[in-house]
Design a protein around this ligand. Structure first.
Ligand code: FE2
Length: 375
């Protein structure tokens, strides 16, 4: 298979319906209160809204946290038989909803269904003193959903049912701006099915293909295709495992998540040195690449604005494409299971995904897998 990289080609507006951007990401977790505390104090997200028994909801608790345009909803169940509890029991903490903001949720939902999407939640309009908000949800890979959110007539903190909520402790943001991309892991042989889904149902375009020659180490391999919407604000790489000598990181994920799901969210910053310095000082753990990575780095990527020593000290990776360069780093999984993790990314012109770092990165992931006894 050939690697195709159509970076310079402008995306044509083939979207099935307009998507303005990511509205929010909802995580189902075992303990929303403690997850909120982690995202506030480790990642610098400001808690902004709350829904739970105190606001009239008896079955679940949700906290909304925000930094830049990145908005996370952290939800847990108050009863063992609740679907949120069942989801957490099966998958561990993980991403349930990738919500897409649309100008017209009814049109988005009807169009998606007409093009073959499976409905997950019908059109639902709620109103409070701040206006009206409409949502509807469709299924994507695994138990993950896309919720269409129309909030053009709504000015409240998040959604009707939520009340503004602030922490008694101050929040110190770390410069996270927006979600750059959001990666899904699917089962062997299913990658093209889901690429077709995004093309047929949402009108997304195939942006990049990586095959097992691009992404392989001595032991493990994976395949990946990136789909994007017309304005490029939504980028969804889809990974599937490829044949290797040992268990790939994708297989490890699928085994512990008990099926397909979101693997990582890439969060953009304009100052990765500041962002990663803060994250490290707050105890967030990152994958480690050996010092030898930095010996060849300057030769590989040429001159960059950042101090190479600072990048090495923080273990930040760099790569270059025809349009510029990027800096990136990957956290270790952020829950007990080796499933969801974060990428922190700073783009200085580059629009690609750090292909030059795949080998160093996957060798690093394999060292972690071996420590867990999963290689
Ligand atoms: Fe990524």
């Amino acid at each position: 298979m050939e690697t195709t990289l159509q970076k310079n080609k402008p995306l044509t507006q083939t979207d099935a319906f307009p998507i303005l951007g990511t509205d929010h990401v909802e995580f189902y977790v075992g303990n929303a209160k403690q997850a909120m505390f982690y995202y506030q104090h480790a990642f610098g997200f400001e808690p902004i809204a709350y829904k739970g028994p105190e606001t009239g909801f008896r079955d679940t608790v949700s906290y909304v946290v925000q930094q830049g345009k990145v908005r996370f909803v952290l939800t847990s169940a108050l009863h063992p038989e609740h679907p949120v509890a069942k989801h957490v029991q099966l998958h561990g903490d993980g991403v349930k909803v990738l919500a897409l903001q649309v100008p017209d949720a009814a049109y988005a939902f009807e169009t998606a269904l007409a093009k073959g999407a499976k409905p997950a939640a019908d059109l639902h309009t709620t109103t409070d003193e701040h206006g009206t908000l409409t949502t509807a949800s469709i299924h994507t890979y695994g138990d993950t959903l896309h919720t269409f959110v129309e909030r053009t007539s709504y000015s409240g903190s998040f959604m009707p049912g939520f009340e503004p909520w602030t922490s008694k402790a101050p929040t110190t943001p770390i410069g996270l701006k927006y979600i750059d991309h959001c990666v899904g892991n699917v089962e062997l042989g299913d990658m093209n099915k889901w690429v077709d889904f995004y093309r047929d149902v949402l009108g997304f375009q195939l942006l990049v293909t990586f095959d097992d020659k691009d992404i392989s180490t001595e032991y493990t391999a994976l395949m990946s295709k990136v789909v994007a919407n017309g304005n490029g604000f939504i980028k969804f790489p889809i990974n599937e495992p490829a044949q290797g000598l040992k268990k790939s990181q994708i297989e490890e994920y699928l085994e512990f998540y008990k099926g397909p799901g979101v693997q990582h969210l890439a969060l953009a910053t304009d100052d990765i040195i500041h962002t990663v310095t803060e994250l490290r000082s707050r105890g967030v753990e990152f994958l480690h690449v050996p010092d030898t990575y930095y010996e060849e780095l300057l030769d590989r990527i040429g001159k960059i604005d950042e101090d190479m020593h600072a990048l090495k000290n923080l273990n930040i990776l760099a790569d270059r494409d025809e349009e510029g360069y990027l800096l990136q780093i990957f956290t270790k999984p952020v829950q007990d299971r080796p499933t969801v993790f974060y990428e922190i990314i700073q783009r200085v012109g580059a629009t690609s995904f750090g292909k030059g770092n795949f080998k160093a990165l996957f060798e690093s992931i394999e060292r972690e897998q071996a420590l867990r006894g999963n290689l």
